[in-house]
Design a binder for this molecule. Structure first.
Ligand SMILES: [Fe+2]
Length: 195
């Protein structure tokens, strides 16, 4: 099994964008928290989350992402179980989500992105200011963070078998625990920035 550090190295090799790296860490925060909750292999789940969009800069178009990334990961010794989970997070891959890892990755992916977006419009730009209620409210605002699929968030929670509010709350807490690393702790809110 690949270590978390080895996965981070691959992520950094292929992903130069800070926001995409942060996205990987945000999804990892949520997925790893679920692994701990259910007694699953946290390292394996972390590696999967860290690598799920590793080829996105190289392959910004579907279906190249993640289909063409998969053989690269195979070449780096990433186990089949993880590669399959990564393929399954794309609805168009034809790989159905079956394992708990696959369902968790999908359920956390768009939601972690959405929680990040909600954090960044808070006065202190901090995830500590976010709660499930504010996330649910923003989900109804179609103009806000348009690129995040509300449908995937709702479907993800349903596939996971978790009530949506509970899932949102769980992921917020998981991201709060790592707020500093995600730069969502209000310390980088740029007091010097104007509007
Ligand atoms: Fe993602």
């Amino acid at each position: 099994m690949l270590t978390r550090d080895a996965a981070l190295e691959i992520l950094h090799e292929f992903t130069k964008s800070e926001s995409l790296r942060k996205h990987a860490l945000a999804v990892e925060s949520c997925v790893a928290a679920y692994a701990r909750k259910s007694g699953e292999d946290e390292n394996k789940w972390s590696v999967t989350a860290l690598l799920h969009d590793f080829d996105y800069e190289m392959h910004p178009e579907a279906p190249d992402h993640p289909m063409k990334g998969e053989p690269i990961l195979a070449g780096r010794g990433v186990p089949e179980e993880i590669r399959r989970a990564i393929l399954s997070h794309a609805n168009y891959s034809g790989v159905p989500r079956e394992s708990a890892l696959e369902k968790t990755l999908f359920a956390c992916d768009e939601l972690a992105g959405f929680i990040t977006a909600v954090s960044l419009v808070k006065p202190g730009r901090s995830v500590h200011e976010v709660d499930a209620k504010s996330v649910r409210k923003k989900m109804k605002d179609k103009a806000f963070a348009r690129s995040v699929s509300r449908e995937d968030i709702v479907t993800g929670a349903a596939e996971l078998g978790v009530e949506l509010d509970e899932h949102v709350d769980f992921c917020i807490r998981a991201m709060q625990e790592r707020a500093k690393e995600l730069e969502l702790d209000g310390q980088r809110n740029g007091q010097t920035t104007t509007t």
